[in-house]
Design a protein around this ligand. Structure first.
Ligand SMILES: [Zn+2]
Length: 239
Protein backbone atom coordinates (compact mmCIF):
# COMPACT_ATOMS: atom_id res chain seq x y z
CA UNK A 1 0.00 0.00 0.00
CA UNK A 2 1.20 3.53 -0.81
CA UNK A 3 2.20 5.55 2.23
CA UNK A 4 0.09 8.65 2.89
CA UNK A 5 1.47 11.90 1.54
CA UNK A 6 0.96 15.27 3.25
CA UNK A 7 2.10 18.80 2.60
CA UNK A 8 3.73 20.55 5.54
CA UNK A 9 4.78 24.18 5.98
CA UNK A 10 6.83 25.61 8.83
CA UNK A 11 6.83 29.16 10.24
CA UNK A 12 9.84 31.29 9.28
CA UNK A 13 11.34 30.99 12.82
CA UNK A 14 11.41 27.20 12.51
CA UNK A 15 13.07 26.98 9.09
CA UNK A 16 16.50 27.02 10.76
CA UNK A 17 15.92 23.50 12.07
CA UNK A 18 15.06 21.97 8.70
CA UNK A 19 17.43 20.26 6.32
CA UNK A 20 18.32 22.57 3.41
CA UNK A 21 16.06 20.68 0.97
CA UNK A 22 13.03 21.20 3.24
CA UNK A 23 13.55 24.93 3.75
CA UNK A 24 10.71 26.27 1.69
CA UNK A 25 7.15 27.36 2.23
CA UNK A 26 5.62 23.90 1.70
CA UNK A 27 7.14 20.45 1.42
CA UNK A 28 5.57 17.18 0.44
CA UNK A 29 6.34 14.48 2.99
CA UNK A 30 5.48 10.80 3.10
CA UNK A 31 4.27 9.61 6.50
CA UNK A 32 3.60 6.07 7.73
CA UNK A 33 -0.08 6.40 8.72
CA UNK A 34 0.79 5.42 12.31
CA UNK A 35 3.15 8.09 13.67
CA UNK A 36 1.78 11.20 15.34
CA UNK A 37 2.17 14.67 13.87
CA UNK A 38 4.43 15.55 16.81
CA UNK A 39 6.73 12.71 15.82
CA UNK A 40 6.71 13.76 12.16
CA UNK A 41 7.64 17.35 13.11
CA UNK A 42 10.46 16.13 15.37
CA UNK A 43 11.77 13.74 12.76
CA UNK A 44 12.12 16.69 10.37
CA UNK A 45 14.46 18.25 12.98
CA UNK A 46 12.16 20.72 14.75
CA UNK A 47 12.05 20.45 18.59
CA UNK A 48 8.46 20.48 19.89
CA UNK A 49 9.56 23.02 22.53
CA UNK A 50 9.72 25.55 19.67
CA UNK A 51 6.36 24.65 18.14
CA UNK A 52 3.18 26.60 18.86
CA UNK A 53 -0.08 25.89 17.07
CA UNK A 54 -0.42 22.93 14.71
CA UNK A 55 -3.04 23.32 11.99
CA UNK A 56 -4.41 20.64 9.68
CA UNK A 57 -6.43 22.09 6.82
CA UNK A 58 -6.66 25.31 8.89
CA UNK A 59 -8.04 23.63 11.98
CA UNK A 60 -5.95 23.29 15.20
CA UNK A 61 -4.91 19.76 16.19
CA UNK A 62 -2.86 18.30 19.02
CA UNK A 63 0.60 16.78 18.51
CA UNK A 64 -1.02 13.35 18.94
CA UNK A 65 -2.94 13.77 15.65
CA UNK A 66 -2.08 11.11 13.07
CA UNK A 67 -1.73 12.72 9.66
CA UNK A 68 -3.70 11.14 6.83
CA UNK A 69 -3.43 11.20 3.04
CA UNK A 70 -3.72 14.65 1.46
CA UNK A 71 -3.71 16.69 4.65
CA UNK A 72 -2.19 20.16 4.58
CA UNK A 73 -0.26 20.88 7.78
CA UNK A 74 0.93 24.28 9.06
CA UNK A 75 3.39 24.41 11.95
CA UNK A 76 3.56 27.72 13.84
CA UNK A 77 6.33 28.94 16.13
CA UNK A 78 5.91 29.12 19.89
CA UNK A 79 4.03 32.16 21.18
CA UNK A 80 6.17 34.96 22.62
CA UNK A 81 5.95 35.77 25.44
CA UNK A 82 5.38 32.13 26.28
CA UNK A 83 3.20 31.30 29.26
CA UNK A 84 4.50 28.62 31.64
CA UNK A 85 2.49 26.42 34.02
CA UNK A 86 4.51 27.87 36.93
CA UNK A 87 7.15 30.48 37.83
CA UNK A 88 9.95 31.12 35.29
CA UNK A 89 12.86 29.11 36.72
CA UNK A 90 15.60 27.71 34.53
CA UNK A 91 18.11 24.90 34.22
CA UNK A 92 21.02 25.43 31.82
CA UNK A 93 23.24 22.79 30.28
CA UNK A 94 27.02 22.68 30.48
CA UNK A 95 27.53 24.95 27.44
CA UNK A 96 25.56 27.93 28.78
CA UNK A 97 27.64 29.08 31.76
CA UNK A 98 27.85 32.73 30.69
CA UNK A 99 24.11 32.94 30.16
CA UNK A 100 23.54 31.36 33.60
CA UNK A 101 25.71 34.00 35.29
CA UNK A 102 23.94 36.84 33.46
CA UNK A 103 20.49 35.56 34.42
CA UNK A 104 21.62 35.31 38.06
CA UNK A 105 23.00 38.84 37.90
CA UNK A 106 19.43 39.92 37.07
CA UNK A 107 18.04 37.88 39.97
CA UNK A 108 16.57 35.16 37.74
CA UNK A 109 16.67 31.63 39.23
CA UNK A 110 19.11 29.86 36.90
CA UNK A 111 20.49 26.47 37.95
CA UNK A 112 23.50 25.38 35.95
CA UNK A 113 25.40 22.13 35.69
CA UNK A 114 29.07 22.81 35.06
CA UNK A 115 29.70 19.10 34.79
CA UNK A 116 28.16 17.13 31.96
CA UNK A 117 25.74 15.01 34.01
CA UNK A 118 24.00 13.64 30.90
CA UNK A 119 20.65 14.27 29.25
CA UNK A 120 18.69 11.87 31.44
CA UNK A 121 19.83 13.51 34.69
CA UNK A 122 19.17 17.01 33.32
CA UNK A 123 15.66 16.05 32.20
CA UNK A 124 14.93 14.48 35.59
CA UNK A 125 16.07 17.65 37.38
CA UNK A 126 13.95 19.84 35.08
CA UNK A 127 10.90 17.75 36.01
CA UNK A 128 11.66 17.50 39.74
CA UNK A 129 12.33 21.24 40.20
CA UNK A 130 9.91 22.50 37.52
CA UNK A 131 12.62 24.32 35.61
CA UNK A 132 12.67 25.28 31.94
CA UNK A 133 15.55 23.38 30.33
CA UNK A 134 17.65 25.76 28.21
CA UNK A 135 19.92 24.11 25.65
CA UNK A 136 21.26 24.18 22.11
CA UNK A 137 21.03 20.38 22.06
CA UNK A 138 17.93 19.24 20.16
CA UNK A 139 18.29 15.67 21.44
CA UNK A 140 18.03 16.89 25.04
CA UNK A 141 14.98 19.01 24.20
CA UNK A 142 13.21 15.92 22.82
CA UNK A 143 13.17 14.22 26.23
CA UNK A 144 9.63 13.61 27.37
CA UNK A 145 10.42 14.08 31.08
CA UNK A 146 11.22 17.80 30.68
CA UNK A 147 8.89 20.14 32.59
CA UNK A 148 9.46 22.67 29.81
CA UNK A 149 12.29 23.42 27.44
CA UNK A 150 13.59 26.09 25.12
CA UNK A 151 16.15 25.99 22.34
CA UNK A 152 18.81 28.71 22.61
CA UNK A 153 19.22 30.03 19.07
CA UNK A 154 22.34 32.20 19.34
CA UNK A 155 25.95 31.42 20.24
CA UNK A 156 26.36 34.92 21.68
CA UNK A 157 25.53 35.48 25.37
CA UNK A 158 24.04 38.98 24.80
CA UNK A 159 21.58 37.60 22.23
CA UNK A 160 20.90 34.51 24.34
CA UNK A 161 19.94 36.74 27.27
CA UNK A 162 17.57 38.87 25.17
CA UNK A 163 16.02 35.69 23.75
CA UNK A 164 15.26 34.23 27.21
CA UNK A 165 14.05 37.53 28.71
CA UNK A 166 11.71 38.32 25.82
CA UNK A 167 10.39 34.76 25.57
CA UNK A 168 9.66 34.08 29.27
CA UNK A 169 9.57 37.61 30.79
CA UNK A 170 10.89 36.44 34.21
CA UNK A 171 10.67 38.96 37.07
CA UNK A 172 13.96 40.88 37.35
CA UNK A 173 15.62 41.66 40.69
CA UNK A 174 19.25 42.62 39.92
CA UNK A 175 21.97 42.09 42.53
CA UNK A 176 19.90 39.70 44.66
CA UNK A 177 21.42 36.38 43.59
CA UNK A 178 24.90 34.88 43.71
CA UNK A 179 26.36 34.69 40.20
CA UNK A 180 28.65 31.85 41.32
CA UNK A 181 26.07 29.44 42.79
CA UNK A 182 22.53 30.85 42.23
CA UNK A 183 22.01 31.29 46.01
CA UNK A 184 20.16 34.33 47.37
CA UNK A 185 22.15 37.31 48.66
CA UNK A 186 21.45 39.11 51.89
CA UNK A 187 22.65 42.57 52.86
CA UNK A 188 25.50 42.40 55.34
CA UNK A 189 27.13 44.91 57.67
CA UNK A 190 30.70 45.67 56.66
CA UNK A 191 31.97 44.52 60.06
CA UNK A 192 30.55 41.03 59.52
CA UNK A 193 32.57 40.41 56.34
CA UNK A 194 35.63 42.58 57.11
CA UNK A 195 38.07 39.73 57.48
CA UNK A 196 37.15 38.40 54.02
CA UNK A 197 37.89 41.70 52.24
CA UNK A 198 41.09 43.11 50.78
CA UNK A 199 42.15 46.36 52.44
CA UNK A 200 41.20 48.64 49.49
CA UNK A 201 37.77 47.11 49.23
CA UNK A 202 37.04 47.68 52.86
CA UNK A 203 38.01 51.34 52.65
CA UNK A 204 36.15 52.22 49.45
CA UNK A 205 32.78 50.52 49.57
CA UNK A 206 29.93 50.39 52.03
CA UNK A 207 27.26 48.31 50.32
CA UNK A 208 27.93 44.63 50.91
CA UNK A 209 25.96 41.48 50.38
CA UNK A 210 26.76 37.87 51.09
CA UNK A 211 25.50 34.66 49.51
CA UNK A 212 23.35 32.68 51.95
CA UNK A 213 24.48 29.43 50.29
CA UNK A 214 28.21 29.69 49.53
CA UNK A 215 29.27 32.73 51.59
CA UNK A 216 30.67 34.71 48.65
CA UNK A 217 30.84 38.45 49.47
CA UNK A 218 29.68 41.06 46.93
CA UNK A 219 30.06 44.80 46.83
CA UNK A 220 29.15 47.51 44.35
CA UNK A 221 32.05 49.27 42.76
CA UNK A 222 33.50 50.95 39.71
CA UNK A 223 34.91 47.69 38.35
CA UNK A 224 31.32 46.55 37.85
CA UNK A 225 30.74 48.94 34.93
CA UNK A 226 30.31 46.07 32.46
CA UNK A 227 27.83 44.26 34.72
CA UNK A 228 26.01 47.53 35.41
CA UNK A 229 25.59 47.98 31.66
CA UNK A 230 24.05 44.49 31.30
CA UNK A 231 21.66 45.21 34.19
CA UNK A 232 20.65 48.63 32.88
CA UNK A 233 19.95 47.35 29.40
CA UNK A 234 17.85 44.47 30.72
CA UNK A 235 15.84 46.75 33.01
CA UNK A 236 15.27 49.27 30.23
CA UNK A 237 13.93 46.65 27.85
CA UNK A 238 12.26 44.04 30.05
CA UNK A 239 11.45 45.38 33.54
ZN1 LIG B 1 26.75 31.58 46.29
Amino acid sequence: MEKPQITIGFAADLQVFLAAAQRREQSVVRVDGVSTLGHVVESLGVPLTEVGELLVDDRPVRPGHIPAQGERVAVRGVERPQRLPGPARFLLDVHLGTLARRLRLLGVDAAYENLDIGDAALATRSAAEQRVMLSRDRGLLRRRELWAGAYIYSHRPAEQLRDVLSRFTPALAPWTRCTACNGLLEQTAKAAVQERLAHGTERNYDAFAQCTDCGQVYWRGAHHARLDAIVEEALREYA
